[in-house]
Design a protein around this ligand. Structure first.
Ligand SMILES: [Zn+2]
Length: 137
């Protein structure tokens, strides 16, 4: 089986942009500077975690991490050569993938934008989702 623990860790820009996509700084953070800037404004020195993630309880953090891992996968594999489209036939999963594609786009260096655009064009040709919700676990 594929060993997910060998994937690169969730780095700080990825965690921060993902938190911002989910509006954690503006809607949930207890730190005023985050709410005003609508951006995560503080990182812990010890582990470089955005403070905004402290506002999540255990279950919310589990869901956040699952979404952040999807963002990482799309960031790292969003090129035609990878042959992955992240275009689920399940409506709920596809919505998550669409949101993750938007976050991943904000994390890519200029040198990756051409292959990313080609990936987006291929992805747009995938059939629309036809099933409700999420695939059974
Ligand atoms: Zn915050």
């Amino acid at each position: 089986m594929f060993d997910r623990s060998r994937l690169p860790p969730l780095d700080q820009p990825l965690l921060s942009r993902t938190a911002e996509m989910l509006a954690l700084p503006s809607r949930a953070c207890f730190i005023r500077a985050c709410r005003r800037a609508r951006r995560c404004s503080f990182l812990y020195e010890s582990d470089r975690q955005p403070c905004c993630l402290d506002n999540l309880d255990e279950e919310q953090r589990r869901l956040f991490d699952a979404f952040a891992e999807l963002v990482r996968d799309i960031r790292d594999y969003s090129m035609p050569a990878s042959k992955l489209l992240f275009a689920s036939p399940w409506r709920g999963e596809r919505e998550m993938q669409d949101a993750a594609v938007a976050v991943a786009r904000s994390l890519l260096p200029k040198s990756r934008l051409r292959s990313f655009r080609a990936f987006v064009a291929l992805r747009a040709k995938a059939p629309p989702p036809s099933l409700d919700g999420f695939p059974p676990a």
